[in-house]
Design a binder for this molecule. Structure first.
Ligand SMILES: [Zn+2]
Length: 378
């Protein structure tokens, strides 16, 4: 059960991408799911990169639970462990798949997972890459260039001065919400910068376009849980929704997943920020006319400033092609802020991740997704 050697949930964390994938495939097969491997045409030495999918459950189910992880490469270490926990439970309790189509997607960004980066092979943040048909891959958030320069967010411009002083300067000059949006909201003009959304749809996007509808099958309602790490209080989790405060949909999820647990993707009162190109609305468009909704689960690790510093250092080390110790340290620091080694953190996120996925399966089986309510009433 724990090839990593550690007992319990922490043992479900794998040391590297190929091992995580092997364990996912084996656990999917043990749970009675069909495992498919989709190659990604990016060459890296020593391993063929694939997006792996375990599909199963009730063949004619009206509702599907879709669980994805590793959209942000290195965050896949945690998402992979949480998926393993669910698949192991499913293997001993097949009733978890009753009346449900189950779709588990391992490593949506296998390049980032394998290289221990957050972005893909083009330095693209995939959760900023999914622009809708009506949107263009252009533009930057308000005050981006000033904040990028002050905080040294791009490998193309050297970081100057002390980070805390410059951060304070950003906050006084632009306010917290604008600063957060500018840093992480997604930008399409600065390929050497953080949170770059790309110039066009990514390979992952093309792969989803080709296969997502097939994975979901006959299901007419899809509840999607997308697993992430790095935002929020250490060891806890929040569910970020694509709905505003006080909407019926947000109330619906709060009632089922916990008050204080759910929040919209906006910076005023929560841990998140307004962003362009996130996965959910794009999947909703692709899966039409099915009813679809997404919970972006964010598991907390370290304070946000430390996460940002690690991202910045690793982006520089990678893009400036630094070799040797500096690069290895930057990679190790990035991995630590998205998949901490601490035993207690690992135990906590596997336990809570499993709890979340079990809850999502129950809710999906019993009620589907809230966007289907008005239709069902009509
Ligand atoms: Zn993420």
């Amino acid at each position: 059960m724990s090839a990593g050697g550690e007992p319990g949930g922490a043992g479900l964390f794998s040391r590297e991408y190929p091992l995580a994938r092997e364990r996912f495939r084996a656990a999917g097969a043990r749970a009675g799911l069909e495992v498919r491997s989709h190659p990604v045409p990016v060459s890296v030495p020593g391993v063929e990169l694939t997006v792996d999918v375990a599909v199963g459950g009730a063949r004619d189910a009206r509702r599907a639970l879709l669980v994805t992880s590793g959209l942000h490469g290195v965050e896949g270490f945690m998402g992979s462990a949480q998926q393993l926990a669910f698949l192991e439970r499913l293997a001993v309790d097949p009733s978890l798949g009753r009346d449900l189509r189950l779709v588990f997607v391992h490593a949506l960004n296998p390049f980032g997972f394998h290289m221990q980066r957050r972005t893909d092979e083009r330095n693209v943040d995939l959760n900023r890459n999914f622009l809708l048909d009506s949107e263009e891959y252009r533009g930057v958030p308000e005050a981006y260039w000033d904040i990028q320069r002050l905080l040294g967010l791009s490998a193309a411009t050297p970081a100057r001065g002390l980070f805390p002083v410059n951060l304070l300067r950003c906050l006084t000059r632009h306010g917290q919400a604008t600063t957060r949006d500018a840093v992480a909201g997604g930008q399409y003009e600065d390929p050497a910068g953080l949170f770059f959304g790309g110039r066009g749809l990514s390979l992952t996007g093309e792969l989803l376009k080709a296969h997502l509808r097939g994975w979901v099958g006959e299901a007419q309602e899809v509840l999607h849980v997308d697993l992430h790490s790095g935002l929020g209080a250490r060891g806890g989790y929040r569910l970020i929704l694509e709905h505003d405060w006080e909407t019926p949909q947000l109330r619906w999820f709060a009632h089922r997943f916990g008050e204080g647990r759910v929040e919209p993707s906006e910076p005023e009162r929560g841990i998140s920020y307004r962003k362009r190109g996130s996965l959910g609305p794009w999947c909703a468009q692709l899966l039409k006319p099915r009813a679809y909704d997404i919970l972006i689960a964010e598991f907390g690790t370290y304070p946000i400033a430390l996460v940002l510093l690690a991202l910045r250092a690793e982006n520089r080390a990678w893009l400036l092609k630094r070799d040797g110790l500096g690069r290895r340290l930057a990679t190790a620091a990035l991995r630590e802020v998205f998949a901490p080694r601490g035993h207690r953190w690992r135990e906590a996120v596997v336990y809570r991740g499993l709890e979340l996925l079990l809850r999502a399966a129950d809710v999906c089986r019993a009620e589907g997704v809230p966007t289907s309510r008005p239709r069902a009433v009509a």
